[in-house]
Write a protein that binds this ligand. Sequence first.
Ligand SMILES: Nc1nc2c(c(=O)[nH]1)N[C@H]1C(S)=C(S)[C@@H](COP(=O)(O)O)O[C@H]1N2
Ligand SMILES: [Mo]
Length: 406
Amino acid sequence: MNRRKFVKKTTLAAMTGVVGCDIVFGTVMPRGYVPLSLQDPDPFTLFDKDRGMVVLNDRPWNMEARVHLLDDRITPSKYMFIRNNGLIPEDIAVENWVLTVDGESVQQKKRYTLQDLKSKFAHHTYQLTLECGGNGRSEFNPPAKGNQWTIGAVSCAEWTGVRLRDILEDVGLKDTAVYVAYHAADLHLSRNPEKEPISRGVPMDKAMQDETLLAFAMNGRDIPMVHGHPLRLVAGGWPASASGKWVNRLSIRNKIHDGPKMGGSSYRVPCNPVAPGEKVADEDMCIIESMPVKSLITYPKSGAMISEGKKLNIRGHTWAGELEVKKMEYSIDFGSTWETCALEKPANRLAWQHFSASIDFPKKGYYEIWARATDAKGTSQPMLLPGWNPKGYLNNACHRIAVKVV
Ligand SMILES: Nc1nc2c(c(=O)[nH]1)N[C@H]1C(S)=C(S)[C@@H](COP(=O)(O)O)O[C@H]1N2
Ligand SMILES: [Mo]
């Protein structure tokens, strides 16, 4: 006999109970082994995601979309990237969910149940672009630590909720108010309840915008658990880290919020450009606010083949943080010349815009299609890489796909 330690009878009985029938060769299962039917479901099942999504990390869960999955005008939940800094809350009792609004600069601390929020304030729906500040990080050199996002950490879903401004007016602000900070129900990776994985937020002028929501629905349904059920702050156009999931407390601060992931190199970039790899002092780092102009070709997939003489119809989305995108172009000659794409207006401010073009190729062979957006201030995407920064944020380089004309 080999020296494997076999499962104990008592453990086997317990497992049999959970599996619901006899585990036939259960006595020879290695000790410590968990039968597949008792193991956690895979993340695609767990979070109801498409199997084409890419898992970047499982502790905490981080997942991004492949670019062709982002082809929809409004991103369905199954194609929405997941970014967690901690552990997803385990037991959410919606009936007992309370939002506390407090802080140095609040007239009167208040508490709202979900029902209060839904019944006392008007509901608003907006399509809002949420992009992780670190989207595109994988391309920077020297490399930055953190999830190696390629280009799929962006979404534009339709969010419904109450305006943050309406709640702030209901509690009353002191004129010392500077920042609205969120606190949430997720757990620190250490499981220490004293520690918060992340607590960020937005300055007052962003908090007061029409489109800044405390949302309770996404794409017409309850927000999926992994995206912040039952209540989420949504501040479109800003790094998505400002949009707190599972929010149970807002704190009106009389200074720039100093919660976890507000300082150092977290969601901050050098105020002035630095050389790649350069050390940057804390006081020379600035908090990321509006995200830069960017675009993605979501159809066709890179590697597409088309027959000679046929036109290729491309399409995609473009966004520019707080700004509108004013011009969308493509190039098939590595950026030597650019042609204009058709560009739609956004559904509302802070929603991504859709573009399309019909492309003729001069002859058979290999081509790349590069896409470049220009925002309302005349700023265009860099062709290859923008300025390096210690944590690899804000990579808004032109998206490129390869095609073969055969
Ligand atoms: N409570 C809480 N809110 C959070 C986070 C988090 O870890 N905890 N991650 C933030 C970051 S960094 C991003 S990019 C977005 C991701 O949102 P999503 O997972 O719904 O796509 O949520 C933000 N809100
Ligand atoms: Mo993020």
